[in-house]
Write a new protein. Structure first.
Length: 254
């Protein structure tokens, strides 16, 4: 080593040389780390762009019922109007539900896939009261907030309304159910969607369906004859529909 410089023949170097190699190595490591971070940020940004491009803004214009169809149960004779274009699932003597689409029915069943649509339904329950049916409903689902029951009417009968929402989820299950009682039968109407904004979106359909409900009843027979009130109600319920529709149930379609 001469004049403070490092000789290639010497194992001993100046302080300048001994500091230069570690510094160069450190800078290389820093550059490598920055390159990896840059590539990672590019990857995350690309995913975000693709996600934003794939997600379309939902049209929140209120949905109008359009052409409707009336379902009439042949067992307990409850009835309800719903949009003709909606998908229907029916079990005679028990319940009938209309979904805005088949994919919406999937969403109500699995809650993890399918369309964020809506449903309306009507059902009859035996051997209970509207008070008990409302309380039983409030214990039927977990992680759901229930309010009510509040006094309302359904099909001209005194009724109880229970509303429900999913806390902390703007796309969570949201809706209401109304219970009325007649002839030892409870009829309930159910309207539901996902989130408060969609409750407003489907409000025209919910209102039409709710106002059209005719509660279930039992034919009263006295001395071998159907009394006039039951007969009139039965004849009203048996009026043919002005249109034809397809009804699908568990294993059948008519």
């Amino acid at each position: 080593m001469e004049n403070g410089q490092c000789s290639y023949r010497s194992a001993t170097c100046s302080p300048l040389y001994t500091l230069h190699y570690p510094l160069r190595n450190t800078l290389a490591l820093i550059m490598t780390a920055m390159q990896r971070l840059f590539h990672y940020l590019i990857f995350v940004f690309t995913l975000a762009v693709l996600a934003s491009c794939g997600k379309k803004d939902e049209d929140m214009t209120p949905v109008q019922p359009g052409e409707t169809v009336t379902y009439k149960d042949l067992v307990y004779r409850f009835s309800m109007k719903a949009p003709k274009s909606w998908v229907v699932e029916s079990v005679p003597g028990r319940n009938t539900t209309y979904y805005s689409s088949a994919a919406t029915e999937t969403r109500f069943q699995k809650f993890t896939e399918g369309d964020y649509g809506a449903r309306v339904g009507v059902a009859a329950v035996e051997h209970t009261t509207k008070e008990k049916a409302a309380q039983d409903f409030k214990t039927s689902m977990e992680n759901v907030n229930f309010t009510g029951p509040d006094p309302v009417t359904l099909g001209g009968q005194p009724a109880l309304k229970v509303s429900y929402t999913t806390p902390g989820d703007e796309d969570g299950l949201t809706g209401y159910r109304i219970f009325s009682e007649k002839d030892s039968l409870v009829t309930y109407f159910d309207a539901a969607t996902f989130g408060e904004k969609r409750m407003k979106k489907y409000e025209p359909v919910f209102t039409l369906a709710e106002q059209s409900v005719q509660p279930a009843f039992v034919l009263k027979v006295t001395n071998g004859k159907i009394d006039s009130a039951s007969l009139n109600a039965m004849m009203e319920q048996m009026k043919p529909s002005q249109t034809f529709s397809t009804f699908s149930g568990q294993g059948f379609s008519i």
